[in-house]
Design a binder for this molecule. Structure first.
Ligand SMILES: NC(=O)c1ccc[n+]([C@@H]2O[C@H](COP(=O)([O-])OP(=O)(O)OC[C@H]3O[C@@H](n4cnc5c(N)ncnc54)[C@H](O)[C@@H]3O)[C@@H](O)[C@H]2O)c1
Length: 379
């Protein structure tokens, strides 16, 4: 039996998910919701969707079973909890929440996990790096124990401020924008640099030491009086629960237009992903890997439904390395089957808390810090 779903927030990112949710074979009914009436009407018309709501409060009063919350990052956690309290399963865009104060972010983590337990509703964080072909391939190799023991992970999200990020920040605040909201804390949005390799290793970060970089004559991060953060780049060194180490970079001042990815080294095999291509490497061989062979297959009926209005792989699978199709499928399938989704609240906290603690460490010039953990998701 199919499910009903509402998309809350049809801005720059949310619009990219409407077709996929609408066309998933297990979705019987879809509604859209945004507080911006003009934007909502336009998107509803473009995708031929009749059921619309003017706010989260309004859609929470309906009998729609699940909500995909794709609003601004500082709104995610309270909105996710409001939706779960209203009896809805929740998909949230990353991160769980992004605020100036790390302690408040950890508190929200607590509250989301408590809300999942209290309400029995499922929560999924839409972590794109989890469903990039590289991560799917590495999870399969890890299941075969082809890596041996993990020894080192390197992950990064490199995205220079001048490559669209100033505009994104202004667009998300709209009329509320002023320069005091510039910058933010790079490690407070750490999921793309951490989530990929952690999803493969099935380990957690236990300790962190991190260093911040202050860009000379910075006209953005030093203007951010809300967070008071001056670091455009933060580099973290992590200790993992299985004994391996990880180096993670969250950089907003770097000669790079955008990269989220990882390399993963084991005693028997390693995964290398560079601009010239992904490779599986052993002591005797280097094997190039194409995205088509790295992806897991989607169920045929889902692939067929997503292909119907698409003329290329990019359209079938959607953005961020083709992760969108998998995110939508995982959430819809989990709700329909009544099972916990892959990147549930407990898993999401593991991609998120290490970044919060990394920033605290960077503020103390690399002091080692313990990373909190909420345990594994209950069965
Ligand atoms: N790789 C990734 O996973 C990735 C990439 C880009 C963006 N994102 C995430 O997607 C989210 C959205 O980003 P965006 O650029 O589309 O932002 P946006 O500002 O363009 O869109 C957010 C929309 O949410 C709506 N909204 C806010 N509060 C609402 C409410 N109470 N009820 C109904 N609608 C409400 C706003 O009116 C707006 O249209 C962000 O949190 C961001 O972190 C993730």
């Amino acid at each position: 039996m199919g499910i009903s779903i509402g998309i809350v927030g049809v801005g720059m990112f949310g619009q990219g998910f409407v077709r996929l949710f609408r066309d998933h074979p297990l979705v019987d009914r879809i509604a859209l919701c945004d507080v911006k009436a003009g934007r909502l009407a336009k998107v509803a018309e473009r995708f031929g969707i009749a059921e619309t709501y003017a706010s989260l409060d309004e859609i929470c009063r309906t009998d729609v079973q699940a909500l995909a919350i794709i609003t601004q990052p500082w709104l995610h956690a309270p909105q996710a909890i409001q939706a779960m309290e209203a009896g809805k399963h929740v998909y949230s865009a990353v991160p769980m929440i992004c605020l100036a104060e790390g302690d408040k972010m950890l508190d929200w983590c607590d509250k989301i996990i408590a809300a999942c337990t209290r309400t029995g509703m499922h929560y999924m964080m839409g972590e794109t790096s989890y469903y990039r072909p590289q991560a799917m391939y590495c999870r399969r190799r890890a299941a075969e124990e082809a890596f041996g023991n993990f020894v080192l992970a390197e992950g990064e999200y490199l995205h220079d401020l001048d490559h669209g990020l100033r505009e994104v920040a202004r667009n998300r605040r709209g009329d509320q924008w002023d320069i005091s909201h510039s910058g933010g804390v790079p490690m407070h949005y750490p999921t793309h640099s951490i989530g990929g390799f952690l999803s493969v290793m099935r380990e957690r970060v236990t300790r962190v030491s991190a260093i911040g970089y202050v860009h000379p004559n910075d006209d953005w991060f030093r203007q951010d009086t809300v967070s008071g953060n001056v670091f455009s780049n933060e580099t973290a060194f992590f200790r993992l629960s299985g004994g391996a180490v990880a180096r993670v970079c969250e950089y907003r001042r770097v000669g790079h237009g955008g990269r989220e990815g990882f390399r993963l080294f084991g005693t028997e095999g390693s995964f290398i992903d560079e601009p010239w291509g992904a490779h599986w490497v052993t002591k005797s061989d280097i094997t190039p890997l194409a995205p088509e062979e790295m992806r897991d297959p989607l169920p045929p009926e889902v692939l067929e439904a997503f292909s119907r209005e698409s003329s290329s792989d990019v359209e079938v699978y959607g953005g961020h390395g083709g992760s969108h199709a998998y995110l939508v499928h995982e959430f819809v399938d989990a709700v329909a089957a009544g099972r916990r989704p892959s990147v549930n609240a407990w898993e999401a906290a593991r991609y998120f808390a290490p970044g919060v603690m990394a920033h605290k460490s960077a503020l103390k010039d690399g002091e080692w810090m313990d990373v909190p953990d909420w345990g594994d998701a209950p069965a």
